[in-house]
Design a protein around this ligand. Structure first.
Ligand code: ADP
Ligand code: ASP
Ligand code: MG
Length: 485
């Protein structure tokens, strides 16, 4: 490739209506003057939720769900296309393509209603429809602007394993396919517009990369194409010191390391899908998070090389999307294979363990999984430990869904003394009870479990305690550790 490649992803609100799609196309067209540009698009905001809800309803036998879905999607997309495409013939062509995709999703829902079930495989096909619609619309708008915009379904580019609802990419075939399909168009000055979120197995069965997965699609494609950078255009100006919906005075971090940004994503900062940075860390491709509503602002740069200062806490994040599972009873002590059996059971259902915590007493093992994994993890544990509970070696397998994980994140936190003390003394001052503390947390974060009702108070008080709302001082050092008391 003669020109550097820039992969840019537009999230749901950045393609949320006709004006936003036009703006996204303008940003891509402008960038393409001196670079090769690959566009990745999410579904219009709300569309993936609508699709998933319709599939769920259909599975209960509700035959009207498919009709309601088709109508809602047609209204939303027809309205945008009416504003975006002026030529009657081109508009008709695009509408026909859009309607066929919507009808196909509705047909799958009809099938679910008939069968009274929804398999993870069918759900992936239905849920990924929104991206296929926006990719075609955005490519058509680029053509309206005189660019060579071509829509691609990532089912022909990104190859994954068979984990429906959270598939993992296979690097080698993904690289081969992506290069073979996209490089010729890029060489010819065209702009590929690729669906985010979706992919397919080696056998061509459609998968999805998990909710919010379009960020991941962008970096997978960036890695596969040896891109010079990836830009994630969203509705906030970068990675902020906290979720702005909780802390209105949260500020943009100018730069953050892959490691710290990865921890923020892992512990609930919705701005990045948790896996986003994996495909670009090794090749050190910088990732920018920028605001498509204010494209002149620089946003956040994520790389290996961040300025050494500030040390200490850089951001606070939290998530309620977790459940705590505890296995307790006298039999935990002295049964050598108990931990192996517990984690064998969690592995058998591919539960994502977010945190393993230290319990106050010795007779319990307690860990935290993603909320979506809780039910099947509980079942697997009850099955695996049935005999032990029966013989009263174990007292219980309990699931507590009313918890939240709070994490303070920053580079070099391990090298900054006193942070743990000050974090927990801040919680003490606020009267927030710590249910558990993560064991062996990385040097980039301190994470702990609280009652979910305390989430907002915990995030707000930590953000204030570390003065994260203030701008960095000239030397780059943000005030960090308040005295532990
Ligand atoms: P998109 O649709 O563009 O993918 P998302 O809604 O998935 O956007 O992610 C952006 C949102 O993430 C922001 O609007 C903000 O509310 C939320 N968010 C949570 N934590 C953070 C954070 N630390 N920095 C920035 N945004 C955050
Ligand atoms: N549309 C998908 C979702 O809502 C993927 C994404 O937006 O990144 O989860
Ligand atoms: Mg997102």
């Amino acid at each position: 490739m003669s020109l550097p490649i820039q992969v840019m992803k537009f999230g749901g609100t950045s393609v949320g209506n006709a004006a936003r799609i036009r703006k996204a196309a303008q940003i891509a067209a402008e960038a393409s003057r001196d670079r090769a540009v690959v566009v990745v698009v999410s579904a219009m905001s709300g569309v993936t939720n609508t699709l998933i809800a319709a599939a769920g309803k259909a599975a209960t036998g509700d035959e009207a769900a498919a009709e309601a879905l088709a109508e809602a999607l047609k209204i939303k997309h027809h309205e945008a296309i009416g504003e975006l495409i002026t030529s009657i013939e081109k508009r008709r062509e695009l509408l026909a393509e859009i309607d066929a995709l919507i009808e196909s999703a509705a047909n799958y829902c009809r099938g679910c209603a008939l069968l009274g079930e929804l398999s993870p495989r069918a759900l992936d096909v239905i849920a990924g429809t929104g991206e296929r619609l926006t990719a075609r619309m955005t490519a058509a708008v680029l053509r309206e602007m005189g660019q060579r915009g071509v829509a691609f379904d990532a089912t022909n580019l990104i190859v994954t394993d068979e984990t429906h609802g959270g598939a993992r990419p296979l690097t080698v075939p993904t690289r081969a396919k992506t290069q073979a399909v996209l490089l010729p168009l890029l060489e010819a000055g065209g702009i590929p517009v690729v669906t985010g979120y979706i992919a397919a197995t080696t056998k061509g069965v459609p998968t999805t990369l998990g909710r919010g997965g379009s960020d991941y699609s962008a970096t997978i494609l960036g890695g596969a194409l040896d891109a010079s950078e990836v830009i994630i255009w969203t509705d906030v100006n970068g990675v902020l010191t906290a979720d702005p919906r909780i802390v209105p005075d949260a500020v943009t971090l100018d730069e953050v390391s892959y490691a710290a940004a990865g921890e923020l994503a892992f512990f609930g900062a919705k701005v990045l899908h948790p896996m986003t940075l994996r495909p670009v860390i090794e090749s050190a491709i910088p990732v920018w998070i920028r605001d498509s509503f204010h494209p002149k602002q620089a946003g956040t740069k994520i790389t290996h090389t961040v300025r050494p200062a500030p040390l200490g806490v850089k951001a606070v994040t939290a998530t309620r999307d977790v459940a705590m599972i505890s296995v307790a009873g006298p039999g935990i002590i002295g049964v050598p294979d108990i931990a192996a059996r517990i984690f064998g059971a969690t592995a058998s259902v591919r539960a994502n363990i977010v945190m393993i915590s230290q319990s106050s007493s010795q007779d319990s093992i307690c860990f935290v999984v993603q909320a979506a994994d809780a039910q099947r993890t509980e079942k697997a544990l009850r099955d695996a430990l049935y005999e032990d509970v029966h013989q009263h070696d174990l007292e219980h397998v309990k699931v507590n869904r009313g918890v939240a994980i709070v994490a303070v994140v920053g580079e070099n936190m391990a090298g900054t003394p006193g942070i743990a003390g000050s974090v927990f003394s801040t919680m003490g001052k606020e009267g927030i009870n710590i249910i558990a503390i993560a064991q062996g947390s990385s040097e980039y974060n301190i994470s702990f479990l609280v009652d979910s009702s305390a989430l907002e108070k915990a995030v707000k008080s930590l953000h204030a305690a570390y003065s994260l709302g203030k701008r960095e001082t000239e030397g780059g050092s943000r005030e960090t550790v308040p005295a532990a008391s």
